[in-house]
Design a protein around this ligand. Structure first.
Ligand SMILES: O=C(O)C(=O)C[C@]1(C(=O)O)C=C[C@@H](O)C=C1
Length: 280
């Protein structure tokens, strides 16, 4: 005699399983909070003012994407972890996010909320220099500024040694249809040891900037250029693999431009793109 197939679990049984998992997830988050409490003692955040560790976060976000499987969309998993990590950053040392909304207020707000959640205060500014200035006056605040376009060479303010620096590029995990896709630089003051140094960002002032020069540089580096009429040139923000600025300078000179000055104004992790077909 064959046994009848087991009856499917009831709705009440499945809800019981969900309640058990929710309680475990909540309990694990509270345990994570206890660890953060202990981490504060060993981390000495007070010295630099900010608990944000871009190198660690870039690595955590990449690993999260790599291990993700199943029907829960990657957008959701990424946004949950962004809120977890940034809120635990905030509880270590409160900070505000100063956003330059001159490119697009809704896109900038989406980026700030997606990457830093709703607990971290959001302050909007009408231009990049104002957002950067607010960070320079603060202890550990962050500024979010467009990484692809600018009306002003705001990065010149980052040149002095003790000025804030570019410390990250968002989103950490790029892909088609990212819900907060606006490319953004994060500007802040963090300990040197917390910086990711894979990609360097340089403030470069050039004379003789023209379309040929821009074309010659595009395979070598990501560039934001603002015309500098006083010198028939441009103020550039150059993002280039660490140690490769000399190649950019050589290409500039080959196309007839000349470099008037260059200063390192930050660094960030290599851009990480989710392979096609993985993201949901
Ligand atoms: O690893 C740290 O230094 C932490 O402070 C922990 C933590 C996290 O919540 O995982 C929070 C803030 C940092 O930006 C990176 C990670």
């Amino acid at each position: 005699m064959t046994k009848p197939p087991p009856s499917p679990p009831s709705l009440a049984d499945l809800r019981q399983e969900i309640d058990t998992i929710d309680a475990q997830v909540h309990s694990l988050l509270m345990q994570r909070g206890d660890i953060i409490d202990r981490l504060i003692q060993v981390k000495q955040t007070q010295e630099v003012g900010s608990a944000f560790r871009p190198a660690r976060e870039a690595d955590m976000m990449r690993r999260l994407v790599q291990r993700h499987r199943g029907i829960l969309p990657l957008d959701t998993v990424e946004s949950i972890w962004r809120v977890i990590i940034s809120t635990f950053t905030y509880v270590q040392a409160p900070f505000s996010v100063h956003a330059d909304i001159s490119a697009s207020e809704p896109a900038m707000r989406d980026s700030a909320r997606f990457h830093f959640g709703f607990t971290v205060p959001y302050v909007s500014h009408f231009n990049a220099p104002a957002a950067v200035e607010a960070v320079a006056r603060s202890k550990g605040d962050l500024a979010l500024v467009s990484a692809t376009a600018s009306r002003t060479p705001w990065w010149i303010a980052l040149e002095p040694r003790d000025a804030p620096k570019i410390i990250a590029r968002l989103p950490f995990v790029e892909r088609a249809d990212h819900p907060a896709a606006l490319p953004v630089f994060v500007v802040s003051r963090v300990a040197d040891s917390a910086m990711v140094t894979e990609v360097e960002t340089w403030s470069v002032r050039v004379s003789g900037w023209n379309a040929d020069t821009a074309r010659a540089l595009s395979p070598l580096a990501d560039i934001v250029a603002v015309p500098d009429t006083a010198f028939d040139g441009a103020a550039l923000l150059v993002s280039v693999a660490a140690g490769h600025l000399e190649k950019v300078k050589a290409a500039l000179i080959e196309t007839g431009a000349s470099v008037r000055s260059s200063a390192l104004v930050g660094s960030h992790a290599t851009r990480y793109t989710v392979p096609n077909g993985t993201a949901k």
